[in-house]
Design a protein around this ligand. Structure first.
Ligand SMILES: CC(C)(COP(=O)(O)OP(=O)(O)OC[C@H]1O[C@@H](n2cnc3c(N)ncnc32)[C@H](O)[C@@H]1OP(=O)(O)O)[C@@H](O)C(=O)NCCC(=O)NCCS
Length: 399
């Protein structure tokens, strides 16, 4: 990588996301096979890239055991048919696993150590329920380092409603409905499908093919949302309708130096400008992307008004609203999640960071008037992650 070279997001694909659980389309599919399938799909889409040029493979998962164990980056690289000379490793930052895979390999590209790397994540929440078999140190609670329910993500979202009473359930529901409708529109416009790698699936009815995200609820309306149970607290505000559903899926990206990519005929889809992670109190983990975004903006020398497109992970509607509110952005601002988000598509924890990037890259292509975009997400145990990207299609004329 030369001195003036840039780190680029060269491509990204994902499996269709499935509803977690016995009735979900991936109930009989191994988790690592989802990552492998996505990786094969991406390599097939980029035949110019010789496998042996991949310097590393970083694949994230939150629960690293069973079919998500054994150093996923290495196992999935072998299973995807990459040469045995290509190394790989596993990575974990819970929901920001894939985002951290991308930023970690980007650092190596930036130092000139890697020309190309594959970075992504997978989570089969049906096979690996959140927190399953975890053994948190008793000191956390005994020494009051965190509240006992800080690992219950829904409870942390309820606390955000407590902390910001003006972020009402009605606003969360309206935001959630809009997400469902935007995803439906994005499907109708063909904006989602082109980055999905179909996956063969087996059910009682025999073999089939997963080609679309399974959890979508385009029929969602405000009356239906208003009547849903609040599973995390009696008379609470967080429901199945304004939360991301439990989901199975994988997403992978190809990260590389701009000059190495151009030399083999691959054009950057996004340039990495800056990134940051930040910690907050675990009890209100949903506000994590606020300080991480502030840090990433400061590192880039940009302000929030420079960001023309936002891809925010919708772990919970209230958590996205807290970020928008902080930065003075309207709940229905057209720059935010134009194709909808995780409330409708699902949030397979360690895969979602790259899903955000895939959508931002697609939007950059359609929006030469936008120069900068942000991908950001909250993380369990109180963190946020933000990556700022520059649009290589920017035509110098801002609308
Ligand atoms: C909220 C949660 C507990 C709900 O789980 P669930 O009860 O299995 O969810 P379901 O999909 O069965 O939905 C529950 C009910 O709401 C209904 N529902 C869900 N979304 C709806 C919508 N948009 N409109 C109308 N009804 C809806 C379902 O039809 C179902 O109704 P039923 O009980 O009559 O069958 C679960 O999705 C969850 O834990 N989400 C958060 C995941 C998380 O923490 N991720 C990490 C973030 S950091």
């Amino acid at each position: 990588m030369s001195q003036h070279d840039r780190v680029a997001f060269l491509d990204g694909v994902r499996t269709p996301f499935g509803r977690a659980g016995e009735k979900g389309m991936y109930a009989n599919t191994r988790s690592d096979d989802l990552a492998v399938k996505a990786m094969i799909g991406m390599l097939e889409r980029n035949p110019q890239l010789p496998g042996e040029r991949v310097d590393d493979v970083a694949i994230a998962a939150t629960t690293q055991q069973g079919d998500q164990g054994l150093t996923l980056g290495r196992t999935s690289a072998i299973l995807a048919g990459l040469p045995l000379s290509v190394p790989g490793y596993a990575i974990d930052r819970m929901c920001a696993g894939a985002m951290t895979a991308v930023t970690t390999v980007s650092g190596a590209v930036s130092m000139g150590m890697y020309d190309f790397a594959i970075a992504g994540g997978v989570e089969h929440m049906g096979r690996h329920p959140m927190g399953f078999d975890a053994d948190p140190n008793p000191r956390f609670v005994a020494e009051k380092l965190v509240e006992a329910d800080a690992l219950n993500m829904g409870a942390t979202a309820e606390r955000l409603h407590d902390r910001f009473p003006h972020l009402t359930k009605q606003r969360a529901d309206a935001y959630a409905m809009a997400s469902q409708l935007k995803v439906e529109q994005a499907y109708q416009d063909g904006n989602i499908q082109q980055d999905l790698i179909p996956v063969a699936i087996k059910s009682g009815a025999g073999w089939g093919l997963a080609t679309e995200d399974e959890g979508r609820r385009p029929e969602t309306n405000l009356e239906g949302l208003a009547g849903l149970k609040t599973p995390f607290r009696p008379h609470g505000r967080v429901t199945a309708g304004n939360s991301s559903p439990l989901t199975d899926g994988a997403a992978v990206s190809l990260i590389g130096s701009e000059s190495a990519a151009r030399a083999i005929g691959i054009k950057p889809k996004m340039h990495l400008v800056s990134f940051a992670f930040a910690g907050v109190a675990p009890e209100v983990m949903g506000i994590g992307p606020i300080p991480s975004t502030e840090k990433a903006l400061a590192k880039a020398g940009l302000s929030i008004s420079d960001i023309g497109l936002f891809e925010l992970n919708e772990a919970f509607a209230v958590q996205v609203l807290s970020l928008l509110d902080h930065f003075g952005i309207a709940d229905d601002d057209a720059r935010v999640n134009p194709y909808g988000g995780a409330i409708a598509l699902g949030h397979p924890l360690a895969a979602s960071g790259v899903r955000l990037m895939i959508q931002l890259a697609r939007q950059f292509e359609q929006r030469p008037d936008v120069r900068y975009g942000l991908t950001a997400m909250c993380v369990g145990l109180g963190q946020g992650g933000s990556v700022i990207w520059e649009n290589p299609h920017f035509d110098g004329k801002r609308k």
